[in-house]
Design a protein around this ligand. Sequence first.
Ligand SMILES: [Zn+2]
Length: 445
Amino acid sequence: MTPPRSTRSRSPDRRDFLRAAFAAGVLAVGSPGSAAAAPAVPGRRFLCGNVPATGNPYYPGLTETLPTTIPGIPRAIINLQKAWKPGTTLTTYLLNGTADPCLPFFYDRIARAAAIWERYANVKFEFKIGPPAPDDCPCDLLTVNCLPFATRDGAMGVDTFNSLVGTDARVDDLKSRIPTMNLIFDPRVLTGLSGPELTSYFDGAILHEMGHALGFDHEHQRRDRPFKWKKPAVYDFFWDRLGWGRQMVDDQLDKFVEGASVTVFDPKSVMMYPIPAGIAEYEDPAGGPFETAGNHTVSPMDMVTAVWAYPPCQEEFAPLTTPPVLGGVPVAGRLAGKNVAVFDFIPPRTATYEFEFAGPMPVLAGVSDVSQGTRLPRARLEDVYLCGAAEGGGPGRRVVVSADLCAGNPYRLEVWHAVPRQTPVVDAFTVAFRETTRRRPASGC
Ligand SMILES: [Zn+2]
């Protein structure tokens, strides 16, 4: 299914973002790209008249403060240099107030998405309606714009979604009145879509941009991605669909982000763009066409990465000395809320393995390569490499982590108890370990 939010554009890089949005300085409104000026959709009506006639209601006083140089900070799929301190409360200003009748619905979806990230990352989004006051602390804050606006050079119209990456949002944006995130939804979807289609239109975009705000980068722009773009098909596609020029396509899809990835390539990541058929192919000539659907939820690998980058202040490890035995009796353990059980093991053969978890509580589980010698608690996230992850569980439900592992290499299985630690509960569980195939290639081993 073609995702309904296919016309989004995002500029996670601060420089690109500023260039695109604020090159002209002070904002104006009522632009050609605004909702009111967008072509009418037959059978639908505008639910919201969200373009004021005059003035700038969004973030008064916005002026450009584009820095002349951008520090050359290495980037990763989660950019650790731009991650906030674990435990940070991000005061999140919803700049547009409540004047527009669509905004309460938008804000509700934003709050829901924030709560999803909060389940995994030890951060808190504290929402405030309206712009920050000049004397508010210019520290750990986000400012979110949801309505179309324009610069003198161009519009930020509906279906524009972008965010600064992590702590980039902190850099004097309060003073400069720069929205750190734009989530400019098309209000027509409120009458044109319903049910899961409607919520996925919002949630996929919000989770993605909030991922940027936490320091996540684009999955499809990692250096070790297994596919390559087919040019000029990708240029043609994005020009036809979104009006993106070659530079925009290069910036948003092709250009590698720097730094080490902390997971295997994850096409299910919410940080991955949907890639329709015909514009990409596997690097391996035998691999054939590459495509991905739109992802509207955070993937288990996104979740583990969030836990790793933003660990709980009081993370308690429960190392289990008995490693799981291939095909043997499941290992049993007990685990308290929000704590993590840890198994270190070495697989006997290069193969795809499955770890099947059973217990009464929901969990998040991941298998990582720890050949770099990472100790607990983790001092260096860069030394860990996530090979597989899964989440779910609860009474009667099993959680299976699948991962391609190399013979003789050290790995770690971690299982996080997903119930808050405030709940005084310790649950029993088992983990079974089995080989599913020996046909996997030994590449990377
Ligand atoms: Zn993005």
